[in-house]
Ligand binder design. Structure first.
Ligand SMILES: [Zn+2]
Length: 362
């Protein structure tokens, strides 16, 4: 990971943590994406944005003027925004933001410090809300998270404690946590029986404490988060009368139920999204293979590739050494440039296969 990328992530984490302080969030948020395609496409624009940003630092202007300048510096994979940033008024650009999705806004927030500050400001919360509503069936933002924080939680598959990639979300704790961090009590504040025994008696009879299913190095288990629970306990102990405490417990119980319902909806949504994404990737792989076969046909090597596929598929269902070759089995479009890089390697592989096949046949 380059220092520039690391630095950008830390800056956004700071922005999120200082601009909004949700009730339960203790985790850090990251803007790193795991998808290689995205990284390739964004690498150059990000560097350019950083340079432009550095050149212009120190200038003072009125708030609206600053915002306009910030947007005019936007470069990136969203070509429309690049053009807009040059000419369109602020109102138009913000209107365009409303038609994006939260994931796009997260990418934009990475392009420059100015744009990140703008997007993380509370005044743009409605832009994030509109962007979220553009995503089909995405459950609403829970009351204890800001819209950007919700977007981070959903779209950034990174452990909030160490930055490793992790797919699952601990919805009750508003964080992602990898298996190693979950197994390390100095990192993840999982509570034990002793901690639980010190809680007010009422906490046990009312179902109010956030819990989640977590995978440690040993097993899956339901656990609580002692920092969140300690906060609940402190809040509870400031209440003076029995009536106040009962009202608080009822409210927390209701919130807990809502949180569980929301957790279920989010898990469902993510599952559907993952299936859809897997289908898209599979389609891209299939298309790439077809494009490569067409190219091989032009240079007289398609037949050998088809021989491999037909002969090996009989033995291993849908897995043959041609389709599984690292240059073929990729979820990305084949370009002229890409073809020229992989061509010789594939021809060598096919040529070796043909040679061995003919020797066997003799
Ligand atoms: Zn971790």
């Amino acid at each position: 990971m380059s220092m520039a990328r690391r630095s950008a992530r830390l800056q956004v984490k700071e922005a999120v943590n200082t601009s909004n302080s949700p009730q339960n969030v203790t985790a850090t948020q990251s803007l790193e994406h795991g998808e290689q395609d995205d990284e390739e496409q964004e690498e150059r624009p990000r560097k350019r944005a950083k340079r432009i940003s550095a050149e212009s630092s120190g200038k003072k202007a009125k708030k609206k003027g600053i915002a306009s300048k910030q947007l005019r510096r936007v470069r990136g994979k969203l070509g429309l925004l690049e053009r807009l940033a040059k000419d369109a008024p602020m109102e138009v650009i913000l209107e365009v933001f409303c038609h994006l999705e939260p994931r796009d806004l997260l990418r934009l927030a990475r392009t420059s410090r100015e744009l990140r500050n703008l997007l993380m400001s509370k005044t743009l919360e409605n832009i994030w809300r509109a962007a979220r509503q553009n995503v089909e069936d995405l459950p609403p933002c829970p009351h204890d998270l800001s819209e950007p924080q919700y977007a981070f939680l959903i779209y950034e598959p990174i452990c909030h404690l160490c930055d490793r990639r992790v797919e699952s979300v601990l919805w009750s704790f508003r964080m992602r946590c990898c298996q190693d961090c979950a197994s390390d009590l100095s990192k993840f504040p999982q509570y034990d029986e002793e901690f639980f025994a010190r809680l007010p008696q009422e906490f046990r009879s009312y179902d109010i404490l956030p819990r989640d299913l977590i995978l440690t190095s040993e097993r899956w288990s339901w656990t609580g988060h002692n920092e969140i629970t300690a906060r609940y306990k402190a809040e509870y102990e400031t209440l003076q009368t029995t009536e106040e405490r009962k009202t608080w417990l009822n409210r927390k119980e209701k919130e807990s139920q809502q949180s569980r319902n929301h957790r279920f909806l989010c898990a469902q949504w993510m599952c559907r999204r993952d299936i859809e994404r897997a289908r898209e990737l599979d389609k891209l792989r299939q298309q790439r293979k077809e494009d490569i076969l067409t190219r091989l046909n032009d240079i007289g090597w398609r037949e050998e590739a088809e021989i491999i596929m037909k002969s090996q598929r009989l033995i291993t269902w849908r897995k043959d050494s041609f389709a599984q070759h690292k240059s073929v089995n990729q979820p990305r479009k084949l370009t002229e440039y890409g073809w020229n890089i992989i061509k010789d390697e594939l021809v060598t592989m096919l040529s070796n296969h043909k040679e061995k096949r003919l020797q066997t046949e003799i």
